[in-house]
Design a protein around this ligand. Structure first.
Ligand code: DC
Length: 241
């Protein structure tokens, strides 16, 4: 059942590092609000997988151009499940491997890659009623979003969540390797020259370290309600002037 205390039409952004809980929280919020869910990490992952499958070297200008020419990626979110289609093939699981994680982070530092995905993201966002998650949602892609969150957790907590998630999927990996790769990815994502992972100045900071998903969701819903009410007041006041 959608929460009708919050109006339709808002654009809500959630940025943050790997393992902070963005996907879980974004999907839940989208379900509660009856909004669409936009996982922008899945777009970068699909492009990374495309480079892998087509043997394209992202450091070669010619290959990079090929990779970025009209990316054939389609996202659908239904019943709590995100389906990612790349060139007609369902790659929803394939894009979640540790190799694709690292490669998606690597290619995401390339301005051509970011440019090739920008329009697609904005087209989805401008329809409103969207929860969009990523690294640069509130800073670059949707600077005018209605409500912005920056979701974080301690590095240990994030690594342990990612480790459990991969174990559940049957990956046989060691915790230390996961932790190292995750920290490298975060450092790279935060230090790149274009659209680095940084909180937007007007983002609401949420630390999910010692909180349950329900606690995080309750906090975020309260903040969204607050912002929506404030916007409605401002609109009403403007009408009276
Ligand atoms: O959210 P994720 O772990 O699925 O994202 C994979 C990589 O994609 C991440 O390490 C950096 C990149 N990314 C990005 O640069 N900008 C976004 N808005 C989303 C993801």
């Amino acid at each position: 059942m959608a929460d009708d205390r919050i109006p339709k039409g808002l654009l809500i952004t959630i940025d943050g590092p790997a393992g902070a809980g963005k996907s879980t929280v974004s999907k839940k919020l989208a379900d509660i609000l009856g909004y669409a869910y936009l996982d922008t990490g899945a777009l970068y992952r699909a492009l990374a997988l495309s480079a892998q499958k087509n043997n394209l070297n992202p450091d070669k200008e010619e290959d990079l151009e090929k990779l970025c020419r009209k990316p054939a990626i389609d996202l659908t979110y239904n019943g709590g499940k995100l389906t990612v289609i790349l060139a007609g093939e369902d790659v929803s699981e394939e894009i979640r491997t540790p190799e694709v994680s690292m490669l998606s982070s690597y290619i995401s530092a390339k301005p051509m890659v970011r440019k090739s995905l920008l329009e697609m993201q904005r087209d989805i966002g401008k329809k409103g009623s969207v929860v969009a998650e990523g690294r640069d949602m509130g800073t670059v892609v949707f600077p005018d979003a209605d409500v912005k969150f920056y979701l974080d957790a301690s590095p240990e907590e994030r690594a342990s969540r990612r480790y459990k998630e991969l174990l559940q999927k049957g990956n046989n990996l060691n915790y230390e390797q996961i932790r190292k790769e995750m920290l490298k990815r975060d450092a790279d994502d935060s230090s790149r020259a274009v659209a680095p992972l940084i909180p937007a100045p007007d983002a609401i900071f949420v630390d999910s370290t010692d909180k349950s998903i329900d606690e995080v969701i309750a906090f975020m819903l309260a903040k969204i309600q607050e912002k929506a009410a404030l916007k409605a007041c401002l609109r009403a006041a403007r009408k009276q002037v």
